[in-house]
Design a protein around this ligand. Structure first.
Ligand code: PMP
Length: 353
């Protein structure tokens, strides 16, 4: 706290990101990165920018990337917005698309950045409890609101809401923006992008940090009708005229174009997840059904914080949350097969000790 801070900054409670340890020997299963690297074609496109592009400013609207996303999803490029990680895209959406007179609704267990953005932009909010099996129950959202947002699959639970439920929500709230945060959609979920043409109140956000393995590049996107996309553009242009650098635009566009690599790596992650779920269950864990690149699991007889601590002593980091309802769960990123095996071996020895 400093006398130079404005009252606004004094009251701001920032988001606390997952740990990014400096040690590289760790088996890092705590922030849902992809164990396989980015597409070799993306790396090649980025190297070409390093050799011959950085003297010049980037394209302020990132058209090459918008077009690559539009081609992938078969939507017009006027329906696509790109930004510096989906965190930034979400920030612009909170700033520009949610109303202030009524509360924004989101699940009480979901991405912990949402209340932070509400604080940043002065948006009232009302968390809606998940049901007893940790699922989103859309009828509970039938109340006055200034917008609705949820991750699909949800984070940190990994549970998926079917498209029919999302469609019912869009129909029930035609005057509210419904933002579906699809950070983890490519690991077995069905994207809501197909609904964008029919519902002007739908905005879908995605990231290249997970299924395209470019967390370090910081690229995210939104897809919606131009009415919504133009609001995001207005905010972005009032904030930073170059939201993406040349390396990011070229690399992300090439990653979107390389469908084969994308599909192969997603399939490998999904197969590893199914195997890990089976093995964790054999060790006595209860695992929530996951459509993400992580699982959410608890052991009926073991304290989750103690398990996370014991894993850490063996060089394996997983995520543990303090919120009472989920304090007995561990969120574990799906790693490469040898990392998942190291996790299982460590858990086996901890549980039998
Ligand atoms: N939404 C959800 C649900 C997430 O878990 C994350 C990753 N922490 C993000 C958005 C942000 O991803 P990024 O900024 O890396 O695109």
């Amino acid at each position: 706290m400093s006398k130079f801070w404005s009252p606004f900054v004094k009251d701001l409670v920032p988001y606390v990101p997952g740990e990014q340890p400096k040690l590289t020997r760790l088996v890092k299963l705590n922030t849902n990165e992809n164990p396989y690297g980015p597409s070799p074609k993306a790396l090649e496109a980025m190297r070409a920018q390093l050799d011959d592009g950085l003297r010049l400013y980037p394209d302020p609207s990132g058209d090459q990337l918008r077009q690559a996303v539009a081609d992938f999803y078969q939507v017009p490029s006027s329906h696509v917005f790109v930004g510096n990680g989906s965190d930034e895209v979400l920030a612009h959406a909170f700033h520009g698309l949610f109303q202030h007179g009524r509360p924004l609704l989101f699940p009480d267990i979901s991405y912990s950045f949402y209340p932070v953005y509400c604080g940043l932009y002065g948006i009232p909010f009302e968390p809606i409890a998940l049901d007893e099996s940790f699922q989103i129950r859309i009828e509970d959202y039938d109340r006055p609101n200034g917008g609705i947002i949820f991750p699909n699959p949800n984070a940190p639970t990994g549970c998926l809401l079917p498209l029919e439920a999302i469609e019912r929500l869009l129909q029930a709230h035609p005057d509210s923006v419904v933002l579906v945060d699809e950070a983890y959609i490519d690991f077995g979920g069905q994207t809501a992008v197909a609904l964008v043409q029919r519902y002007p109140n739908l905005l879908v956000t995605q990231t290249l940090s997970k299924s395209r393995s470019l967390a370090g590049l910081r690229v995210g996107l939104a897809i919606g009708q131009p009415e919504l996309i133009e609001a995001l553009e207005r905010i972005k242009n009032s904030f930073n005229s170059y939201p993406l650098d040349r390396v990011a635009i070229a690399g992300a566009a090439a990653a979107f174009a390389d469908r084969e690599y994308f599909q192969q790596t997603c399939t490998r992650v999904i197969e590893s997840r199914e195997l890990l779920v089976e093995r964790m269950q054999a060790l006595g864990f209860e695992v929530l059904p996951s459509a993400a690149n992580f699982i959410f699991a608890r052991h009926p007889q073991r304290d989750a914080a103690a398990l996370a601590g014991a894993l850490r002593e063996q060089g394996i980091i997983v995520r543990h949350f303090k919120q009472p309802r989920i304090a007995q769960f561990l969120r574990i990123t799906i790693g490469a097969p040898e990392q998942n095996q190291a996790l299982l071996d460590a858990l086996g020895s901890i549980l039998s000790a």
